[in-house]
Design a protein around this ligand. Structure first.
Ligand SMILES: *[C@@H]1O[C@H](CO)[C@@H](O)[C@H](O)[C@H]1NC(C)=O
Ligand SMILES: *[C@@H]1O[C@H](CO)[C@@H](O)[C@H](O)[C@H]1NC(C)=O
Ligand SMILES: *[C@@H]1O[C@H](CO)[C@@H](O)[C@H](O)[C@H]1NC(C)=O
Length: 159
């Protein structure tokens, strides 16, 4: 791993340590994010977030990476796996695409599940991957602290 990437990683892990999906959260902010998702037709992902209500709730310091409805409907997520699925599609800090675009290829950023890392592949806005999934719709969530971007696939992890 290149040295700059390592620094970014340590920086992000510092943030990650103080965050967790189960901290108290701002319901207004999550609802604003869900509203933005629905406005761009990410209905399936919005629905999964609604399903968390009452169990665990995300903080506002999050970025969601959202597969579209077609991808979601083709995957088999059981009702018991909703939280785990969402954690795999989250980064524990709020990042606009412009923030993400500073990460060089090879940078590892933590996912919402601290035992799983997301590898960045960055060749500019039209060629930006998080693991296997390409970001195809940047900055969907604009009315909340929570950030979100559309991706073209369910995010897969090696381990
Ligand atoms: C929750 O988020 C909304 C919108 O971002 C903000 O206006 C409000 O002050 C926040 N409330 C708390 C308690 O942080
Ligand atoms: C979410 O949970 C709160 C408190 O348990 C409840 O008042 C609210 O109606 C629930 N919202 C949905 C959409 O289920
Ligand atoms: C995080 O990932 C590990 C390894 O796949 C899994 O065993 C664990 O249940 C996950 N944790 C959560 C909170 O989803």
């Amino acid at each position: 791993m290149a040295l700059p990437s390592l620094f970014i990683l340590l920086f992000l892990l510092g943030f990650a340590e103080s965050q967790s999906f189960t901290h108290p959260f701002n319901r207004t902010d999550l609802q604003a994010a869900i509203g933005d998702m629905r406005a761009k037709s990410y209905y399936g992902f919005a629905m999964l977030l609604q399903m968390l209500n009452g169990t665990s709730q995300p903080t506002r310091d999050l970025t969601f990476l959202m597969p579209d409805d077609k991808e979601l409907s083709a995957s088999s997520i059981s009702i018991y796996e909703v939280e785990e699925f969402l954690l795999k599609h989250a980064i524990p800090m709020p990042l606009y695409f412009n923030d993400l675009s500073h990460f060089p290829t090879g940078t590892l950023v933590p996912s919402g599940n601290s035992s799983k890392m997301i590898r960045i592949h960055n060749r500019g806005r039209g060629d930006f991957f998080v693991n296997n999934a390409q970001i195809v719709s940047a900055n969907v969530c604009l009315n909340s602290m929570i950030k979100c971007h559309g991706v073209d696939a369910i995010i897969e992890y090696d381990n």
